[in-house]
Structures are given as structure tokens and as C-alpha cells.
Design a protein around this ligand. Sequence first.
Ligand code: AMP
Length: 133
Amino acid sequence: MATIFSKIVAGEIPSYKVAENDAFYAFLDINPLAKGHTLVIPKREVDYFFDLTDEEIAAMQVFAKKVACAIKTAFPCIKVGQAVLGLEVPHAHIHLVPMQSERDMLFTNPKLKLTSEEFVEIAQKISSYLPTE
Ligand code: AMP
């Protein structure tokens, strides 16, 4: 059965898309730790991040780097933090979170409640800072 993230890639479940190429997809986390919290996933369905091939991890990290640079421009922060957890959704993903302090990476923190208009605005803002391929 397809994961919720595969359904997002297929367009069967809506998402606030930030970026996409032939192999990877980036979209806003629906329970963000901070404005700009983005998930980067491979389109190929693999549960555990470290089961991806070396080539996939390398290419995914380069894709995530571009997204992280755009997040940092859109939402000025000290650094964009990166985390891989994957305990909730069995489809490999990288979390990218704008950080003002180390505490911003605590996944036990309360999540922001944003309206769909705010999510749309955030996704568009990040996208606008991505290089055109
Ligand atoms: P984890 O698997 O522990 O890394 O957490 C999965 C993350 O995916 C959580 O931060 C959720 O808020 C996020 N998430 C789950 N479903 C969706 C969805 N439909 N759209 C966007 N983010 C989601």
C-alpha cells in the first residue's frame, strides 16, 4: 500500500509544494516547528532513510541543500537545521527547520497552527527563492 507521502507525490493527497525534480519532492510539514519547516522526500518509496542507495542519498542531500538555502532567504534564521526521524511516516524524509536556537529542533515542542492561506504564502515564498532549473 502506498504511503501518505507517495499519495502526496501522486497528487492524491494535497500538499503545500515547495520544490520538485524527477526524483525528489519538497513540501511543508503540516505540523511545523517553525514557519518554513519543510520535508524533502524521495519519490521512490523507501521507509528507512539509510536504506536509500548511496547515489540517492547524495542527490537528495544536494536537492535538500537548494531548498534549505531558499528557506534561509525566505525566513531569515541563524541556520537551517536538518533532521531525519521517520518514526511516524514510513517513507524516508529529511526535515529542514529554520533555527533561531537549538531548542527549535526539539520535536517535542508544540507545533505551530497555521491557516491554509499562511501555508500557501510560506510555500510560495520559499519557492520564489529557488534557482530555476
Ligand atoms: P517523522 O516520521 O517522525 O519524521 O514525522 C513525520 C512528519 O510528517 C511529522 O512532522 C508530520 O507533521 C509530517 N506529516 C505527516 N503527514 C503529513 C502531511 N499529510 N503533510 C505534511 N506533513 C505531514
